[in-house]
Design a protein around this ligand. Structure first.
Ligand code: ATP
Length: 446
């Protein structure tokens, strides 16, 4: 399949099946903002839960928090975002389109805006000017400079300014981390590739505070840990790789940065960044707030400003990775089908239950099975509309790993068929064992 084809097919599937819709579509859409539909929100929640479970619940050295999106404007001066969170913007004097200068290529006939299909052939580009990516708004009723606040461009700063609050309240000793999942906003010049680069998105970030001198070792440990996590979501190992930032790519705060990249249909791109941020952020917040943020070791009485190893992944980019990795087209019994081969743990619906016919007591039995699954908190779906083949296809596109069918034999011997989305195998199981079978399957499938 051509790369563009895959993305087009995914965008159309995402809309058709209720994963992702364009924001404010009836008004013509909002630039690079997307809404999650009934299946999309389940998939996204599964991603966030998998992250929270691995990063917070399964560890005793990372605690969670949820900082507000609006913060004191001085935070963004201290962090360097007011002065330096910029991209070089160029404008074509002919077609009036705007581009990121670092996304242009030089060719014999001049600089061309490579990333924008259909861009003007002879773009006459202006000088680059630095464009700040933070969204500005006003706090309170007065639109004055003194009331300017920013929509946060990352969750990390909320963890830094709360470092001592969390450390003392949760009685943590260094090394320990603070995890957050939340919205971030960036006024990107060239958003695109569906939910890959948007202006409103969600991040899952963890700041790990360590004693200086142990930072390099912790960096390696977290990089490995995060790589393992992506594999645990069921993506193919050959589609993941590392990319170390060279000196010209490193952010102003970073001593070392390695991206975990995924091979999207449009190329290898950053999915997650692991950064050694040194004591840059805490030191700057000390300076700008006038408050000490040193850690004092209660045992040895050592005092120091911790170094930070950060892991920062985009939730939406992870959703896109899962959709791309899971998308398959095959032919079953001479008929083309589209399947999302999502790991069962990530699938929005775990089991769909169908009565073969709308009579003979079959719908009632099917509903009882659905109720049993729901009572065990297993997202299940009841469907009696259309031929059984069509019902299977709908669930294949939704990524549902198992379809349970209640048929004539069920009324005789109490068994139902369970059909596996990937192997297409069908086996008969006693209806009382469906819940256990699905739970076992979730354990097996990760
Ligand atoms: P990029 O180079 O792609 O702009 P970045 O290096 O600026 O990303 P970070 O600041 O490290 O990104 O943010 C951490 C993660 O947040 C990224 O790895 C990515 O998954 C996600 N992310 C960043 N910007 C966006 C965006 N505009 N839309 C969606 N996700 C984003």
């Amino acid at each position: 399949m051509a790369e563009q084809d895959v993305m087009e097919k995914l965008v159309s599937l995402a809309k058709r099946r209720g994963f992702i819709f364009q924001s404010s579509e009836i008004y013509g859409g909002t630039g690079s903002v997307w809404d999650y539909g009934p299946l999309g929100i389940e998939l996204k929640r599964n991603v966030k839960e998998a992250w929270w479970s691995a990063m917070v619940h399964q560890r005793d050295d990372v605690k969670g928090m949820d900082a507000a999106i609006l913060m004191h404007p001085r935070v963004w001066e201290a962090s360097g975002h007011v002065a330096g969170f910029t991209d070089p913007l160029v404008e074509c004097k002919v077609c009036k389109k705007r581009f990121r200068e670092d996304a242009l290529a030089t060719s014999e006939c001049g600089r061309k805006p490579l990333l924008t299909p259909g861009a003007h052939e002879d773009c006459d580009l202006s000088q680059a000017r630095l464009f700040n990516l933070m969204f500005k708004t006003f706090m309170g009723p007065v639109e004055a400079d003194s009331a300017v606040v920013y929509l946060r461009p990352e969750t990390a700063q909320g963890s830094y300014v709360n470092f001592l609050n969390v450390q003392t309240a949760a009685r943590q000793k260094i090394p320990f981390g603070i995890a957050q999942i939340g919205k971030a906003f960036r006024n990107e010049i060239t958003p695109g590739n569906f939910i890959f680069r948007t202006r409103e998105f969600e991040q899952a970030e963890m700041q790990f505070f360590v004693e200086p001198g142990t930072d390099e070792e912790w960096f390696e440990r977290w990089l490995e840990e995060r790589h393992r996590w992506h594999l645990s979501l069921g993506v193919r190992a050959e589609n993941l790789r590392f990319h170390q930032h060279g000196p010209d790519e490193l952010a102003h705060y970073a001593k070392k940065a390695i991206d975990i990249q995924y091979q999207f249909p449009f190329g290898w791109k950053e999915l997650e960044g692991v950064h050694n941020r040194t004591d840059f952020d805490l030191r700057r917040h000390e300076e700008y707030s006038g408050k000490r943020l040193e850690y004092v070791d209660s045992g040895g009485g050592k005092r120091f400003l911790p170094y930070v190893v950060e892991t920062a992944v985009g939730v939406d980019r992870t959703v896109l990775m899962l959709l791309c990795d899971a998308y398959r087209e095959d032919v079953v019994e001479g008929e083309a089908r589209v399947v999302l081969a999502l790991a069962p743990r990530m699938a929005p619906i775990k089991a769909a239950v169908f009565p073969l016919m709308k009579k003979g007591g079959l719908p009632e039995i099917a509903r009882e099975i659905v109720d049993g699954l729901r009572k065990a908190s297993i997202p299940a779906f009841y469907d009696e509309a259309g031929s059984i083949g069509r019902r299977y296809r709908r669930q294949d596109e939704a990524g549902t790993p198992w379809c349970v069918t209640v048929d004539g034999q069920t009324t005789e011997d109490g068994t139902v068929t369970i059909r596996d989305r990937d192997s297409l195998e069908q086996l008969r199981v006693d209806r009382s064992r469906v819940r256990e079978w699905v739970l076992d399957g979730l354990d097996r499938g990760g």
